[in-house]
Ligand binder design. Sequence first.
Ligand code: DHB
Ligand code: FE
Length: 279
Amino acid sequence: MAKIIGGITTSHIPAIGIAMDKGIEDTPYWKDFFAGYPPIREWLNKEQPDIAIVFYNDHGLEMFLDKKPTFAIGCAPQYENADEGWGIATIPPVTGETELSWHIINELVENDFDPTVCQDIKVDHGLTVPLSIMYPGRNYQHMKVIPVCINCERHPMPKPSRCFALGQAIGRAVESFEGDQKVVVFGTGGLSHQLDGERAGIINADFDIECMDKLVSDPEALTKYSIDDLVEIAGAQGVELNMWIAMRGCMLGDVEEVHRNYVAPISNTGAGTQLLLNK
Ligand code: DHB
Ligand code: FE
């Protein structure tokens, strides 16, 4: 039985990748933000997970508004990145995973989720920035990654309750996979932010903290929100909370939070990170 050993949440702001490339992590603007990551890196180094399931959203590099799967999952041996226009460097390919990916795909379809199955996709900052921040120097290629993409850009978007259920279905699929792989699950993006329009720049730190609390103790409470609620309370891109909710669904049982950091604003975003372990 493959085993989920932990869940990690993190922002995916492109400026994080740029700051790491420039080596300015210790400057006043960034230091509190980057101080949140060494404990998670240490845990990853100690546990050495074989596979990372990464819930992310594609901001237009591969899936633009004209073709928008609600849920998509990769089953490729490798994922390329490309210039997506944020000024972040194009980075080395991410190593894929095929066997557990296909098992999850088969189990999802069997259990009434019907994701778009991707044998060839480019991955954007939504996936690459979280990996880069966990493995400085972009030293992530030993990790086999299963990308799970959730539409956060184009209405209609999946409800938080549906994303939680997707995570639960993936968590059960991992448990039913024959093998002894250690799996870590990433919920990326968020928290409150809006990048354009009249309310550009809004951040709701109280809501962000409440979400981080609820993610640990009462994730079902987060599934009560609608997409419209999230846009209203947390900004148009606050919908990226869905990836955190899906991650928490994967963990199935009770969890304990062993680490947390939250800084706002970072770029335009309430930037949180957590490490959750099953009790
Ligand atoms: C920012 C946040 C995002 O989620 C994103 O995809 C791009 C930029 C930001 O805060 O700058
Ligand atoms: Fe984003």
